[in-house]
Write a new protein. Structure first.
Length: 615
């Protein structure tokens, strides 16, 4: 094999131990499997790297071009690439798009695939093309209808929202993008109204079957709760309440089935085994997938397989934030492909209705990776933003001290350290609301700059606010986040709770209710759940969480803590943008200048050919 000047080396010893630095046990197993089944050491090497890059989120391994050598893989010469294509265990895509053989690996142009990723990409591409080509006759949404649905608002701020509502009818696919606070959910509600209206007009007044889903239970709940809140606002608008003719369609939207994508598809608990699939499609007329940037390649393929051809699919999310923890960057790829062909069926909302306006240039500079613009925006933001160079554990502790002091005062004012009666949910809700005012977001989970360490430091400091609990794990004011869905308790991955004590000294952990539409939204008792600490499902501290965990959430103030090492592969502009855009009023950025520059330079984009396959 050719020399590798980067120092990365692929090794094979007498025991067929195949490895490269950084490989996981799974990657080594894939390489050994190739050898055991008659493949060459060259194919074993490439297959091991394909497994490794799949673990990094790429759907394909670039063999040549500017992306070759990604993740430390050595560059292959022309003879090796030619020999690779002749491997019996490798299928090559021919000019007509057909594979020349049935094999576990696929080469398509300059990309090497694990077969399942290739099949998923091809299937998604076919589905998206078919949905974009399918247009149905539907009653157009006129200006008068838009004025009714938007209560007469024709401002520049609502222009993109109105455009999305006007475009959605008659399509098989629509993509609604935008950052936090840009009105995606309120736009979705109005889109559902016009889609339900169109369906009723085509089906003798029948209401459509609507499903709302998201990659996580928490995201699905947030969508449903926001839609119900938006519906209440439409009904009770003081000047322009929703006319009676639209109320049945509003009821259709609120009757939507809500849950995770896995639940919608009828997951049987293992991999891609679902009750609903191409041969047994869902009963659905309209499906809204929220937080679509978080869905991976395989799960989107499963959803598209299960959708009947007539159903309308609306993808909602922010394509510029972090992609899924699984394979691919499907929302970004789909949005990019649509934009490349004129943008028909794609609207990106840009006006923020919630964030402090001074933060918007900061978010935009991070989104596009513009270092000069970011520092300029930070300087001009005044008290709304602060960059604090943090390069060591000592400097981090210095930043945490005033942060914890403010947090302690906020929780104390809300009553977190005083007794709260079990029959006083309003008091518990007040504390939970206060808890959301500030949040530390970390790039890492482990290490000195990781969420676990930072949370422990905040925990230790806050525990001193109630001296009688100085040696206890649980204390009044402790915040925790559920780490796994638990349908029995009604708690979901990402739910945040606060520990409070009652008048008798008993500790209880309060959570905001997961129900999508409480019977009495104004009744705090209908909105809260409480548990003894010992009855909680798996959980971890919530005073500091990872940026990945924060997706879909917003806080009044955030402190974004990046890694200390400029070479850490987790750093990227997508990570930075996702973190700082969680702030509605104030943001603190804790990192050194070199680390910030490294994050802005690095694009965490995934590699694959889904955008090309869409057309």
């Amino acid at each position: 094999m050719s020399d590798n000047p980067s120092g990365f080396q692929f090794r094979r010893n007498a025991a067929d131990h195949l490895a490269a630095p950084g490989w996981r046990p799974l990657d080594r197993t894939v390489a050994r499997w190739v050898i055991c089944h008659g493949g060459s050491p060259l194919l074993a090497e490439v297959a091991g790297w394909a497994s490794f890059t799949n673990g990094q989120g790429d759907s394909a391994l670039p063999l040549c071009g500017e992306d070759a050598g990604r993740h430390g893989m050595r560059l292959f010469n022309a003879d090796e690439l030619s020999a690779l294509s002749a491997e019996p265990m490798l299928a090559n895509v021919q000019a007509n798009g057909v594979l020349d053989r049935n094999a576990p690996f696929v080469r398509d142009r300059d990309y090497f695939y694990l077969r399942r990723n290739y099949r998923n990409e091809v299937a998604i591409g076919e589905h998206i093309r078919a949905r974009r080509q399918r247009r149905q006759a539907a009653a157009s949404v006129g200006v008068d209808d838009l004025d009714v649905l938007f209560q007469g608002d024709r401002s520049a701020a609502s222009r993109a929202q109105r455009e999305a509502v006007q475009q959605v009818t008659g399509r098989g696919l629509f993509v609604l993008g935008g950052g936090p606070g840009t009105g995606k959910t309120s736009t979705v509600l109005r889109m559902l109204l016009v889609l339900a209206h169109a369906h009723a007009g085509q089906h003798g007044g029948a209401a459509p079957v609507i499903h709302l889903c998201a990659p996580t239970g928490k995201a699905a709940q947030r969508l449903a709760q926001a839609l119900h809140a938006g519906a209440d606002a439409l009904r009770t608008h003081p000047l322009h309440p929703l006319p009676a003719v639209w109320l049945p369609h509003l009821d259709s939207a609120l009757a939507a089935h809500t849950g995770t994508v896995h639940r919608l598809l009828g997951s049987r608990g293992g991999g891609d085994d679902f009750a609903w699939h191409a041969d047994n499609p869902l009963s659905a007329d309209i499906v809204v997938l929220d937080e679509a940037s978080m869905i991976d390649l395989a799960l989107l393929r499963a959803l598209l397989d299960a959708l009947p051809a007539h159903a309308v699919l609306v993808l909602v999310g922010d394509a510029d934030q972090l992609s899924s923890v699984g394979t691919g960057s499907v929302l970004l790829d789909i949005a990019s492909a649509i934009a490349r062909h004129g943008g028909d069926g794609l609207v990106r909302l840009q006006h923020s209705f919630r964030a402090q306006q001074a933060l918007l240039p900061i978010n935009e500079a991070a989104r596009v990776g513009d270092s000069a613009a970011l520092f300029r925006a930070l300087d001009q933001a005044g008290d709304a933003a602060r960059w604090q160079p943090v390069a060591s554990a000592v400097e981090l502790r210095q930043q945490l001290a005033p942060w914890v002091q403010t947090l302690r005062a906020t929780l104390s004012d809300a009553g977190a350290f005083a007794p709260v009666a079990s029959d006083d949910p309003a008091a518990a809700l007040q504390v939970l609301t206060a808890l959301r005012r500030q949040q530390v977001l970390c790039a890492l989970r482990e290490g000195d700059f990781g969420a676990n360490t930072v949370n422990d430091a905040i925990d230790e400091s806050l525990r001193k606010s109630v001296p009688e609990y100085a040696d206890a794990i649980w204390y009044p004011g402790r915040a925790v986040m559920i780490s796994h869905n638990d349908s029995a308790s009604g708690l979901f991955n990402g739910d945040v709770g606060i520990c409070l004590r009652d008048a008798n000294g008993a500790l209880q952990v309060w959570f905001e209710h997961a129900a999508a539409a409480p019977t009495e939204p104004s009744d705090p008792g209908a909105r809260l759940l409480r548990f003894s600490p010992g009855n909680l499902p798996a959980h971890r501290g919530a005073f500091a969480i990872t940026i990945h965990k924060s997706q879909g959430s917003e806080y009044e103030q955030v402190a974004v803590l990046l890694a200390a090492d400029t070479d850490n592969p987790i750093l990227s502009r997508q990570l930075l943008y996702t973190g700082i855009s969680r702030a509605k009023a104030r943001v603190q950025l804790w990192c050194s200048a070199p680390v910030l520059a490294a994050a802005l330079r690095r694009d965490a984009g995934r590699r694959g050919a889904l955008a090309r396959r869409i057309g």
